[in-house]
Every structure is written in structure tokens, then in C-alpha cells.
Design a protein around this ligand. Structure first.
Ligand code: ARG
Length: 438
């Protein structure tokens, strides 16, 4: 209570600063970004000699006649290729495998979400520097993701635009329940998304909405990085999934379902989820259902390489690596079948399971397993923007869109690994980095 007058005074003074700025605010800075090529993700073509005109945080015009408007500051990227800022629909900015330095239980038992909050801005910056100007954070304890999103939006720390879920919902003993496998006498504190039964699930969805979630994430199936013995078995009943999606949609929130197993994937799609994450063991019926319902499929197809080569060395439980072997290869084969079937697909990496900033490595895996480079780029731009309900605002370089731009030194369509070395990043008209070779 004693703090109240101080806060009131702060609110007053910041209010008058804002008023003073509004009175004689200068016109937004006009910038023209010039490059040799632009990947036009809306038409699936590459255009030459683009000039992107930006007023403040938005693009006002894309022209090809080279005419710089009067008074515009030119950022000349020479021979580089421009693309829209990239979008990763599945990250966890509150964790990174670098946190586990040989002793998994040290990381799990001696640190908590306050420790996660301390380091998460570092991972946010790495992600932005890698060219990902927007991410969807699908799961964080104690709403650390909400606070990180808000700090970025206030301009307190640099980072990508974030859409966040808060704690993911899931069944007791399932993939969202971090206490599985520990002594029942150990008590863990903090907010998780564990909820069982229709009423508890509806309540838990409302709690997440109340506390700032943009999207509802839940565990439809078991998983790799959790202690239950199955990797893909359903963990909610159909009735529970139906109620969860119904409740989330009533509050205007989309739903993302973690699901590896074929049955859990179909149950989630039938319940009406907006995206299936991992999608590892999807069968023909699942592919058909997803197509009928317009459900996005996100396959984190790079993950397997990193888990198999690094997790044992880092001290993760052997059971995690064993479970990974049950899904990794099949996930890639099923990704390829989904591409052939013409499914709606968005780019989601699950970065946090592998190092932040490496998000772009997944493009190469996607093209090795059946996508054209343009399709892979579209998954991380136009498609991802559609899944995030941000069409018309992000995911393309066009008038009215946020000036979220990245550039690479060489043609990403002939060398997709260019997207692992993004050399220029602009978010909302602000240059985050410029390392273009000139
Ligand atoms: N977070 C996921 C889980 O624990 C990671 C799965 C990674 N494996 C893969 N093949 N994509 O289930």
C-alpha cells in the first residue's frame, strides 16, 4: 500500500512525457531499403532491384524503378536478397540445451522459472539476430513468456514479436507434468498447466487467457522430453480435447496441440485445433482429416539431428534419447508425405530443445525431405502469418505490413543454407543488425 503514491507519481510523469511527445512529435523517419533481389513470398517469385519504402514501423511502398522518395534515408544492401522477417511458430525462449552442462538433474532441480527469466532475453536476442522477427512461444512455466513478450513490446529488451501460450495444458503424469518420475514426497511450486477433466480444463484455459496468453497450447499425446514411457499415446480423452478447444475458441484464442502419435493427432484435429505440433506419426487418415479441416501441421524436423548427437553427452536421461529414436526418422518420412499431399504447413522448430539462433537450420532439412526452397520459405512467412492471424501485417514485404525485413548475401533459393546466416535484420523499421558484405 505504501508504494501506491510513488506509482501514482510515476504514472503521472510518464503521462505528461507522452503528451509532450505527441504535441510536437516529428514525422516518422522515412527509410528506403535497396537490394538486388526480393523473394516475393505472395507470388512465389523473385523480383529484381527492389526498393522498400518505410515510414516509421510500416512499409508504405515497394517499387522497382529505383526512384528514392525525397528526404528518405537509403539503406543500400548491394547485391543482397531481401525476404520478409522469418516466423517460427514453435519455440521455447525460456530454455536452451546449453543450460544442461552434463548434469540434467542439476538443471531441473536447482533452477526454476526465475532462473529461466534471467536468461530468456539472451535467447530472444539470438533468435532476432538469426532473422526471426516473430515467434510463437508454445509453453513456459509461470508465465515467464508473457513477461518477456511484454518487455519486448515495451522496448525494454530487444527480441522478436512474441505470441505466447503460458503454461501448456496437459494431463497429470503426462508431457506437461514435469514432476513425473520424481518421488511423490517432493513438492514442486509454481504454475503449470496440469489439469484433468472437462471442468478443470475449461478453468485452466480461462486462467491462461486471464494471465495474458495469446494462444492455448496443450499436450494431446506423450512426448520425448518427459518421463512417461510412451512417446505418442493420447493423454486426454476426446471429450477433454473437445472442451479445451471449445473454451479456447470462445475466448478468441487459437489452439496448438503437441501430438506425436497417429491417434492423438486425429483426436486433436477432430476436436478442432488450429495446428498440430510435431505431427510425427501422422497416418493417411490424419492427413485427410487435416486437409478437410484446414488444420496446420508443424513438423520440427531438424530436432532429431541435435537430440541424437548431443543429448547423451549433455547428460539427458537415456530414455529421452531412446524415445527420440522412435519418432525422429518417421517424422521426416511423414513430413515428406504431408508435403506431397499438399497439407497446410507452417514452420515450427521447437528451438529451446536445440540452441536458439539455429532456427534457420530447419530450412535445409525441409528441402532435403521434399519441399522446394520457396515452399519452405513460405511456411516461415505467409503460412506462419496466417496461422498466427497476422495476415496483412507480417509474413510479406508489401505496403501496410510491418517493416520486418531480413537479407542474405546470396540467393537462398539456390542455397537454402543462406538462411542460417542472415546478414541483415530489421524489425518494425528498426535495424537490429547489418552485416551485409558490400
Ligand atoms: N518437445 C518435443 C517432445 O519432447 C521434442 C520432440 C523432438 N523430436 C522430434 N523428432 N521432433 O516431444
Amino acid at each position: 500500500m505504501r508504494l501506491l503514491p510513488l506509482f501514482a507519481a510515476m504514472a503521472l510523469s510518464s503521462g505528461s512525457v507522452a503528451a509532450a511527445l505527441a504535441d510536437d512529435a516529428p514525422a516518422p523517419a522515412r527509410v528506403a531499403v535497396r537490394a538486388a533481389h526480393l523473394v516475393d513470398v505472395q507470388t512465389g517469385t523473385v523480383r529484381d532491384n527492389p526498393l522498400v519504402i518505410i515510414d516509421g514501423e510500416r512499409i508504405t511502398e515497394v517499387r522497382y524503378d529505383g526512384q528514392v522518395p525525397a528526404g528518405a534515408n537509403v539503406i543500400d544492401l548491394g547485391g543482397a536478397t531481401l525476404l520478409p522477417g522469418l516466423i517460427d511458430c514453435h519455440v521455447h525462449l525460456t530454455g536452451d540445451p546449453s543450460a544442461v552442462k552434463g548434469d540434467y538433474y542439476e538443471a531441473v532441480l536447482k533452477r526454476g522459472s526465475i532462473d529461466a527469466a534471467i536468461v530468456s532475453p539472451v535467447y530472444a536476442k539470438r533468435t532476432l539476430d538469426a532473422g526471426f522477427t516473430t515467434v510463437r512461444n508454445l509453453g513456459a512455466d509461470d508465465y515467464v513468456d508473457v513477461s518477456l513478450r511484454d518487455a519486448i513490446n515495451r522496448g525494454d529488451v530487444p527480441g522478436p514479436r512474441m505470441f505466447v501460450s503460458g503454461p501448456p495444458l496437459g494431463a497429470t503424469g503426462g508431457h506437461a507434468d514435469g514432476t513425473t518420475g520424481f518421488s511423490p514426497l517432493i513438492e514442486f511450486h509454481g504454475t503449470t498447466g496440469v489439469a484433468d477433466g472437462v471442468d478443470a480444463i475449461r478453468h485452466r484455459v480461462r486462467e491462461n487467457v486471464k494471465n495474458g496468453a495469446d494462444v492455448i497450447k496443450f499436450m494431446a499425446s506423450a512426448g520425448v522430453l518427459s518421463a512417461e514411457t510412451s512417446v505418442g499415446a493420447p493423454q486426454y480423452s476426446q471429450e477433454e480435447m473437445n472442451a479445451l478447444v471449445d473454451e479456447a475458441h470462445r475466448w478468441g484464442k487459437k489452439v496448438a496441440a503437441h501430438a506425436h502419435g497417429a491417434e492423438a493427432i486425429k483426436m486433436a484435429i477432430r476436436a478442432g485445433v488450429d495446428s498440430v505440433e510435431h505431427s510425427s506419426l501422422i497416418d493417411d487418415e490424419g492427413l485427410k482429416l487435416a486437409k478437410q479441416r484446414g488444420t496446420y501441421l508443424d513438423f520440427d524436423v531438424y530436432n532429431d539431428d541435435y537430440i541424437l548427437s548431443e543429448y547423451a553427452k549433455k547428460g539427458f536421461p537415456a530414455s529421452t534419447v531412446e524415445k527420440e529414436k522412435l519418432v525422429g526418422r518417421l517424422q521426416r518420412e511423414n513430413f515428406q508425405r504431408a508435403v506431397k499431399a499438399g497439407e497446410k504447413m507452417a514452420f515450427g522448430t521447437d528451438a529451446g530443445v536445440y540452441p536458439h539462433g539455429w532456427n534457420g537450420k530447419q530450412f535445409a532439412t525441409m528441402t532435403q525431405w521434399g519441399m522446394t526452397p520457396m515452399q519452405a520459405i513460405q511456411a516461415a512467412t505467409v503460412n506462419a502469418a496466417d496461422l498466427l492471424d497476422m495476415k496483412g501485417k507480417i509474413g510479406a514485404v508489401a505496403p501496410g505490413y510491418y517493416a520486418d525485413l531480413v537479407a542474405v548475401n546470396d540467393n537462398p533459393l539456390s542455397d537454402i543454407t543462406q538462411l542460417q546466416h542472415v546478414a541483415f535484420v530489421m524489425k518494425g523499421g528498426e535495424v537490429d543488425k547489418n552485416e551485409i558484405k558490400r
